[in-house]
Design a protein around this ligand. Structure first.
Ligand SMILES: [Zn+2]
Length: 264
């Protein structure tokens, strides 16, 4: 086996995996992607993610949270559900949660409220938090900063921002998750210039499958669906951009993921 990688963000409860998840997991294992954290982003998605993780102990883990797109649906029951799921051994972080002013699928005040509530859960339960942010940097930092001291660890998942945003995040003490966005020659090239600024002990890698199929794959798969199988391609581009060996980046990102999520 070439590596022992951990995909910290895979949306494996997505419909597109309903028919062949076992094969997806087997292909991932063959490629050295031994463990995956299934992203929870809605009430039903959180239940599904936790059940999936429970069915694959030490292979799959889950997060529990409500994505800013679904913030308008965030209720007391959503809050209770997340709190109850954090007790499970397979659930390793609160999120994904945060702000998304790019799409604005939920009103901004609802996004802020759902974000604050979930940060409170992370603080109360002493769980790490899995964060999403797009086009909302200033509000996000303003909300996050005062509560971070009460939260053990936080990751800016699928980082796509610029050098200034990256520096702010590192100053806040965040871990940074890099996806196949860095492989995208149309919109991700700036990440190759700045990914080297992330210290070895703060870097994480993820696919965000089924989204963000790495565009550097050669040959290009004949599907648009991304899978954890392709995490080594993200690893390869990140390592090249950082001027480090893939073995080194594999080792540090796996160690960081184990520490971040407190995996067994
Ligand atoms: Zn996200």
């Amino acid at each position: 086996m070439p590596y022992s990688l951990i995909d910290i963000g895979a949306n494996l409860t997505h419909d597109s995996f309903a028919d062949d998840l076992d094969e997806v997991l087997a292909r991932a294992a063959d490629a050295g992607v031994e463990r995956m954290v299934v992203t929870g982003s809605s009430d039903q998605g959180n239940i599904d993610a936790a059940e999936l993780a429970d069915a694959h102990p030490r292979r799959l883990y889950a997060t529990a949270g409500v994505h800013p797109h679904h913030a308008a649906d965030y209720t007391d029951a959503s809050d209770e559900l997340i709190r109850s799921l954090t007790i499970r051994k397979s659930v390793v972080a609160v999120g994904e949660c945060g702000l998304d002013y790019f799409r604005d699928f939920s009103p901004r005040d609802a996004q802020v409220e759902a974000f604050r509530s979930q940060l409170d859960i992370a603080a109360d339960t002493r769980m790490p938090v899995f964060l999403h942010q797009r086009d909302a940097h200033d509000d996000y930092v303003r909300i996050l900063q005062p509560v971070l001291a009460k939260i053990p660890r936080a990751v800016a998942h699928c980082f796509t921002g610029d050098a200034d945003e990256l520096r702010d995040y590192l100053e806040l003490g965040l871990y940074v998750g890099i996806t196949g966005w860095i492989c995208d020659e149309r919109r991700g090239l700036h990440l190759r210039d700045i990914v080297g600024e992330i210290p070895d002990d703060r870097l994480l890698i993820e696919t965000d499958a089924p989204y963000l199929l790495p565009r550097t794959l050669d040959p290009r798969p004949d599907t648009r669906r991304n899978e954890p199988l392709y995490l080594p391609e993200v690893l390869r581009i990140v390592a090249k951009a950082r001027g480090q060996s893939t073995e080194h980046v594999a080792a540090i990102t796996t160690a960081n993921a184990v520490r971040f999520f407190d995996l067994d």
